[in-house]
Design a protein around this ligand. Structure first.
Ligand SMILES: [Zn+2]
Length: 282
């Protein structure tokens, strides 16, 4: 599943090619994605309009126009490519934005868990984006912000990081990787962290995501970036998917827990679970 670094990699690829280009037409071959594609609204809004910028919020790509934005979520298997508009569509090529210069932005999604939406006006105010937490790659993201948003939550850290309201766009892979780097146990309670540990966690999230973006995103399943090349960061994952392998820091076997139905990988030695004193006492 594309996570934030993959989406950011796609964004950079598209941002290098599409801003300033004018939309000629919209072709929807199959509109029954995770949410129905608003075909009429896209056809009404886009032809004759110039794409201003390609942005990202959490795992949504946003094609910004003067009067609104196209929000695209890649879901499980979504891929965006810039192709020659005359290239014959393949079976899972559900939507094309055709530009006047002869290229098309083509959305392919075999499993159709992705989404393509139109947000009139300011796209950041669209309900899909409005309640999201801070962007972890923004300079303003820090431990104090993370701690403030976690206040009152009784969840373990892994589950907390997957909540978009606490921090935007951190998926399961990077939640495990960030906790490993910060030496924090996946089920450690938010209430047990010191300000220094919150800062360490925020820094770890920023580093792990930043390195993945720099490496071009993690290759999983059908992921490809905007040039159709696979990402190549998977070999750098330190704990995710590595149950039983030696911890790269201390050599202890990596363990896997299942939390809320999803795996969490960690080193029991580097990420010890400290039971808070007031809970441990009778
Ligand atoms: Zn270790």
């Amino acid at each position: 599943m594309p996570e934030l670094p993959e989406v950011e990699t796609v964004r950079r690829g598209l941002a290098a090619r599409l801003p300033g280009k004018e939309v000629a037409s919209v072709v929807v071959r199959r509109g029954d994605l995770r949410l129905p594609v608003p075909e009429a609204a896209l056809r009404e809004a886009l032809p004759g309009s110039r794409l201003r910028q390609v942005e990202r919020r959490a795992k949504y790509l946003m094609l910004r126009f003067d009067h609104g934005g196209v929000l695209i979520h890649l879901g499980m298997t979504g891929v965006l490519r810039v192709v020659d508009a005359a290239a014959p569509p393949q079976r899972h090529d559900h939507l094309d934005l055709i530009f006047t210069h002869g290229e098309a932005l083509r959305f392919t999604d075999p499993r159709r868990f992705g989404a393509v939406l139109w947000a009139a006006g300011e796209p950041l105010e669209h309900p899909a984006l409005a309640g999201l937490g801070p962007e972890p790659l923004e300079p303003s993201f820090n431990g104090a912000e993370l701690s403030r948003r976690a206040t009152g939550r009784r969840r373990g850290l892994r589950d907390l990081l997957l909540e978009g309201r606490v921090v935007a766009g951190v998926g399961n892979i990077y939640a495990s990787e960030s906790l490993f780097r910060a030496r924090l146990h996946p089920v450690a309670s938010c209430e047990t962290l010191t300000p220094r540990q919150w800062n360490g966690l925020a820094e770890a999230i920023r580093e792990v995501l930043g390195e993945a973006v720099a490496a071009g995103g993690t290759t999983l399943r059908d992921y490809q970036n905007a040039e159709g090349k696979p990402g190549y960061f998977q070999q750098a994952l330190r704990v995710y998917g590595r149950e039983g392998e030696p911890c790269p820091r201390c050599g202890t076997a990596i363990q896997r827990l299942v939390l809320a139905g999803r795996g969490a990988w960690y080193c029991p030695d580097c990420q010890p679970l400290k039971v808070p004193r007031r809970i441990a006492r009778p």
